[in-house]
Design a protein around this ligand. Structure first.
Ligand SMILES: [Zn+2]
Length: 297
């Protein structure tokens, strides 16, 4: 089954990973700007990083017929330095028109500090002024619920931000409702141990349905699995879910979210699949979750 990985940090992955993802039928991915494992010392470091995300990685992905998109920001871990963050935010607009840029992200909170909140809101202001999509990182473990609550409060305080143009990432059982009820898109990160396993993500889908939700590997330089989305596909198949339901989560939903991006040009692979669906089924509309029986114990 063709799929999209909407959150993976390919600069940290080998070319072999691109090849394995292509074998597993990944057609597209998006790479949010993130923390590289160390704090960068200057805005110039970010300038080069944004060039890597908009010039180098799309070419590397294209060798395997994978379309590469990206998101730009200074991440929450480096946002504690507010003056550096402001210099980086000032660099972003010159990159926004590059064809693979989907929006601002992954912005968010890490330790839920005051400085992180300041920098988060300045990113929101940039996104509102430039009408960009927003991808949000929510904190891990014990900080997650409080951080997600703070993020949603800040989003709601800025009346210019339309919920359907925001995706709240790394949701888990205790935060998925917060994101969904606010009208936002949300994403589950499939990690081998922390965050969501494929089985927990499948449980969440069975409980909350398939609207405005997607899954990703968030593969990076740490312990993570660039083939986590295909593993989720296998788990959903094992439980007896239909191809339409699975495809909605791993393909239709991320594509529908991305299609709102300012720079969006319908790619050839998306046109081809839409045509194939329409002729095979008479319609490309996915089956609602309510019609799917839960096949496992
Ligand atoms: Zn990430």
């Amino acid at each position: 089954m063709q799929y999209i990985d909407p959150h993976i940090h390919m600069i940290s992955r080998t070319t072999d990973d691109y090849q394995r993802m292509a074998y597993a039928q990944c057609v597209a991915l998006s790479e949010p700007a993130f923390w590289p494992g160390f704090d960068r010392g200057s805005a110039a470091g970010f300038y080069d990083y944004f060039r890597q995300l908009t010039e180098v990685e799309p070419k590397r992905a294209a060798q395997f017929h994978i379309q590469h998109y990206c998101w730009l920001c200074i991440n929450a871990k480096e946002a504690e330095n507010v003056s550096l963050a402001r210099e980086v935010i000032a660099l972003i607009p010159q990159f926004l028109k590059r064809p693979n840029v989907l929006g601002i992200g992954e912005i968010g909170l890490n330790k839920n500090t005051r400085n992180e909140a300041i920098v988060f809101q300045e990113h929101l202001d940039l996104a509102a002024r430039t009408n960009e999509l927003i991808l949000i990182h929510t904190p891990h473990l014990e900080d997650k619920y409080k951080g997600t609550r703070m993020i949603i409060d800040m989003l709601q305080n800025d009346r210019r931000i339309a919920p359907e143009r925001v995706c709240i990432d790394h949701v888990e059982e205790h935060t998925v409702r917060l994101a969904r009820e606010g009208g936002y898109w949300c994403a589950m990160t499939l990690y081998p141990t922390t965050k969501c396993t494929p089985a927990r993500a499948a449980d969440i889908i069975e409980r909350y349905g398939t609207e405005r939700i997607m899954v990703n590997s968030a593969g990076d330089w740490g312990k993570s699995d660039p083939l986590a989305v295909p593993e989720f596909i296998q788990e959903m198949k094992r439980r007896g879910h239909s191809e339409e339901v699975i495809r909605k989560i791993v393909y239709d939903n991320p594509l529908a979210f991305w299609r709102q991006a300012n720079n969006w040009q319908e790619p050839v692979w998306a046109q081809r699949l839409a045509t194939k669906d329409a002729s095979a089924n008479g319609t490309a509309t996915p089956v609602p979750m309510a019609q799917v029986s839960r096949a496992h114990g």
